[in-house]
Design a protein around this ligand. Structure first.
Ligand SMILES: [Zn+2]
Length: 267
């Protein structure tokens, strides 16, 4: 046992330093969002684009992949907070009657569960003997999202197992083994709430709505390019210069231009 070292970084809710919020960053985020990718790959891309430092070190995609899943989700909510004012609403679908309705987003206050004392590696007594597992990270998420079919739980144990024979052993664990391993991993993993429980306004049923910042928080390229066009047409600044402006200032210029007398609505 213990044939390979854990890759999951021992940091639950890492310190983080975003790049300055400019049109350049918005454009990079919009491009990341437009690539065909699985959800875990998209999270990796967004975190790698938005943050220049995570946990005191320069951000790289491989480092972002080694963060525990809960740490990634928490950082994704922090990244969303840069672009989304957190005072708006977003759409949820009732799991009972299928009605769409709006619920307030409360990303900034989403409750957290701290990591357990043995994070990021748990030791579990199984029917095969004592085995170690690392808390799931972005590599595991990306791998599983690409794995067609198969049993996702055993697939995850094959990935997280640190034993030399983790792949084979994942197929032979009993249901009790799996329950023990899952419980140990859950107790050790840092988590941030990504669901709200709310009453559906149509059928009054209590429904759980998943908050996925990827669904609503990150900017598209449309309004950005419109602002670049407005400013470039009036001031004759280069695209690079306009994209390098702090986003707030760019928006202020665009607002001034839209308010000019004689400008048609929507131009
Ligand atoms: Zn309903």
């Amino acid at each position: 046992m213990g044939a390979r070292a854990s890759q999951t970084l021992k940091v639950a809710f890492p310190s983080h330093e975003p790049f300055p919020l400019t049109g350049m960053l918005e454009l990079a985020v919009a491009e990341t969002m437009s690539q065909p990718a699985t959800r875990p790959e998209r999270v990796t891309g967004i975190l790698g684009t938005v943050f220049q430092q995570i946990s005191g070190q320069g951000t790289s995609l491989s480092r972002v992949r080694c963060l525990a899943s809960g740490a990634r989700e928490w950082l994704l909510q922090r990244a969303a907070g840069l672009f989304w004012t957190d005072t708006g609403w977003f759409q949820a679908k009732c799991s009972e009657c299928g009605a769409d309705f709006d619920i307030p987003t409360v990303l900034a206050q989403a409750p957290r569960k701290p990591s357990g004392h043995d994070f990021p590696v748990v030791t579990v007594r199984t029917s095969l003997g004592q085995r170690q597992f690392e808390v799931p990270n972005g590599c595991h998420e990306e791998h599983l999202a690409r794995m067609p079919g198969g049993d996702p739980t055993r697939g995850l144990l094959a990935q997280c197992g640190l034993s030399r024979h983790a792949l084979r052993e994942a197929e032979t664990y009993t249901d009790d083994d799996i329950a023990s391993i899952e419980a140990a991993l859950e107790a050790a993993s840092p988590e941030v709430a990504d669901e709200v429980v709310t009453a559906c306004p149509s059928c009054r049923a209590e429904t759980r709505a998943r908050i996925d910042p990827l669904d609503f928080a990150f900017p598209g390229v449309g309004s950005l390019l419109h602002e670049v066009h407005l400013i470039a047409a009036s001031y004759h600044w280069s695209e690079d210069a306009i994209l390098a402006l702090p986003s707030q200032r760019r928006r202020s210029y665009a607002r001034l231009l839209r308010a000019e007398p004689g400008r048609r609505a929507g131009r």
